[in-house]
Write a protein that binds this ligand. Sequence first.
Ligand SMILES: [Zn+2]
Length: 495
Amino acid sequence: MRHRLLVPGAAALSLLLAIPASAADFTPGAPGVGDTYYPESGNGGYDVSHYDLRLKYQPKTDLLEGTATLLAKTTQDLSRFNLDFGLKVSEIRINGKKATFATSGKHELEVTPATPLEKGKQISVVVRYAGKPSELKIDGYSAWARTPDGGVVAQEPDSAVWWFPSNDHPTDKATYDISVAVPDGTQALSNGVLASQSSKLGWTRYNWRSDKPQATYLTTLAVGKFDITTDTTANGLPVINAVSPDLGANEGSARASIERTTEVTEWLESVFGPYPFNAVGGYVPNVPARYALETQTRPFYGKKAFDRGTNVSVVVHELAHQWYGDSVSLKDWKDIWVNEGFAAYSQWLWSEKEGEGTAQELADYVYAQHPADDPFWTVKPGNPGAENQFDGAVYDRGALALQALRNKVGDKVFFGLLKSWPTENKYGNASVADFVKFAEKKSGKPLADFFDTWLFQPSKPAAGAVKRTLGAPHAPVAQPKSWKQIAATHDVHGH
Ligand SMILES: [Zn+2]
């Protein structure tokens, strides 16, 4: 809003002479953004535009030391505000001046500036801290995983509080510079591109940059020893893949899966439109986890995701999230379908392209697998509840809803929607209701009742809504070839 200073004459004068709000008008920012499932997540009163994290991590002791600089803009007159963070803080400065702070709740840090902050101002917040993230337990749990040679943080819906102070909700996205010093011979991986790397006195510092809006839970860090491959796509996008050399029997299958990243990204561009970020890739650390996560530009894959061999389908899922979930993020965690329904459906489309079962065959299979009294149908993908947020039904029924939509509006409109949604909502946030309105506008059809049936009713939609393409109406539906790999992605999330 700098141009306002150029307003001539009386207007400028009145701005300059504006009477400051009285102290009574300055109030604390809310301790949460009011998320339906996670009311304490995020905070009110400000909007972060950039995080600069300067960290040092010692794998031997799990000690993480850091200085975080947050650039933000106030959205109300603030007497104080909260950050979400769990490690021990030694100092906080706001606009260079020392602030006081106190902890409250599960992960709240209440920060009081030396002087109240006026609405609409740019502020800088510097937080110095140190701690052992694996020892920080919230509800008995740590999102930080130690490995034999380092540590990894990649979790949903919360991971930031274990390693940097933030406004921890997907509605407040920001750009990131993440600089991490680790002992020589160890690597530090994060989001985006590796801007530079240098060694000094036994420590190597890696400087990562993610220059497009990124949600806190999509921000990742992995310290350890990795075999790293780098390349560029045909379009010049940097590709960085990393695999721990200690995956045992899974090393080959892990590598064979994530080395398909460039090819999968190119194919996804043909379905969803231009890739939205400055780099792509993936990493497989030595973490005994079965899940994967769509951490921005660099998805995380747990070692056990490859227990049954190569799985390109999970790579398709996590890369599809770069458009659906990362570039276009949910508004509230209840909107999880705008992430998972589409990522799951992208696996069906990949199966169709690979000749391992069409999306229609997969839809028929899912529909037939679950009789009307199966609890599967009680999970509502449009608002599953926090306890069912990552239930298999959110994925399978969520993708089924999209196949039903494809049948209802036809391929031309449907594939137009798949491309225009991430283009028109790029770097923003959207809800399930927003998608319903969007689909109605683009198709010219009333779809509220249709989506209510497929996403919001705790019951099996009537037969006939999904048309069968193969077999007699009552013949058993054959399991598509791709099914086992797709089903293996169901435990992608969750602890
Ligand atoms: Zn997913």
